[in-house]
Design a protein around this ligand. Sequence first.
Ligand code: ARG
Length: 598
Amino acid sequence: MHATHNELIKFFEITLKESLELNHKIDLFEKLNHNIVTESSREDFGDYQSNISLILSKIYQQKPRQIAEDFIDLLLKNKSILSICDSFEIAGPGFINIKLKSEIFINKLIDNVQCPLNGIPIVDKKSKIVIDFSSPNIAKEMHVGHLRSTIIGDSLARVFEIRGYEVMRLNHVGDWGTQFGMLITHLKDVYPEFLPNSKNIEIRDLVEFYKTSKKRFDNEDEFQERARAEVVKLQNGDPDSISAWKILCIESRKEFDAIYKTLNIKIEERGESFYNPYLKQVVEELKNKNLSVEDQGAKCVFLDGMTNKEGKKLPLIIQKNDGGFNYATTDLAALKYRFTKSPNGDGADRIIYVTDQGQSNHFAGVFQVATKANWIPKDCRVDHVPFGLVQGTDGKKLKTREGKTIKLKDLLTESVIRAKKDLIKRIKEENRKENDDFIQKTSKVIGIGAVKYADLSQNRITNYQFSFDKMLVLNGNTAPYLLYTLVRILGINRKRGSYSIAKIDQTVFFKEDSEWKLIKKLLKFDEVVISIEKDLMPNRLCNYLFELCQIFNRFYDQLPILKAESKTIFSRLLLCTLTEKTLKLSLDLLGIESLDRM
Ligand code: ARG
């Protein structure tokens, strides 16, 4: 039996329903569509429990315990059930408690120890998933919102990749739009001698550059006029304008890439400008499909179920009255392109967008219009993965002590510095000698891992308070705690000497409570990973890991491992090995590097 937890539940449900069929109570099938088998709420109740007799008792006006007895009689005659179950018991008013044979767990444990993916099933159909994440804007600051999108998007991509999907990680960079008019005009003013050759231009502070351009645009009429003309030139592909635009993109990219390198993020840049040639067609098609209307000179699609304060339908504006296209137009073109089969598109089966909650209405609108226009093929799906704000510990917008917005680079650097301080302190306390290389590498893994984990372990929908103090502690739901647990296990490995578990050639058995708690937790790993694919909540994996580490540490503190009776050592080492593998795999799914020592 190599079933996942959910498959086992299904199996019990089907068997119970089949027993009903034997009893000629087939008509009841429909009524039993809610969960009739669940995991036991308490371990001493067994592994699974069913309330089927309680439901039926109301319908038949019979005693539930009597019904339960009848069911158990039938289950005892079922060969497949008997091959996996140890016992059935009636509890309380008529619950059926099901206990699995211990060998079911032990066999799965052995399988998972030997399987590189710990039993995570690979999907049969290789669907293509586009994950649109990170997506900062050219010449603007990459802020903490983009950091969240980057971390969450990367982790989701890793989960889909491990399951065997074809994943396209797309960076929908904001590299097009009217703001380039002012940016290019300012650039031409500041660096006239270098353009159009565009060599050797290095804009040191892009954010400052953006601010100055904006100030000039708002205050200088003559500048504003030139900026507007520049937008038209850029849209018409004027070579000078294009090369100026490229400089701005290249300079921004340098900053983004530095962050991606620190965070170890792989992503393919395909900015808004890519969809430029498709915008006109999108607008035309919506018009031909009678979906868009003109409203005060702008082309709009009015949205069902989305209204303003006066109860009027909200529009999705696809072309402004000056003829310019919008953020939404680009997203419609992008969606269409991604779903279109190759060679004219990506041929995706699912698109996932990771942005802050503030864009929920935007995506709801885009999805609605795309559905009406028939651009989302049958069996394909789109998901917006929204997340809350990053706040300081005061619950307000994250700022530096001087009240300025925090630069991402500085934020990551500070985390590493703090991790390093903690590490050096610990090394001193423990009288260890470590070289610089070790300190450097270890503090980077801890510092960056802590920032990522602090973000991922939150339910992403809620706002989250960024606190270095909290994310770096060794005992708590933090990356350092998980890494520390891993290091503990690797320590056992180093001391294990001649004990090898490469071959499973000894009897595996468990008698202790803390062993059983650990084995049962370990075997839920696959289910957790699969669940993320459905609800796109990486915090499930974090919660699981935290609990797993707590259970492991209890096991480690309560029971001897290498000093145990010789016939028990092998079994306990197996538990350590599977915990180690589970931790390493999970950290990898969260985009966090592992450590051998810390
Ligand atoms: N550039 C946008 C921003 O910074 C995010 C883009 C998200 N992706 C998309 N397809 N709209 O808010």
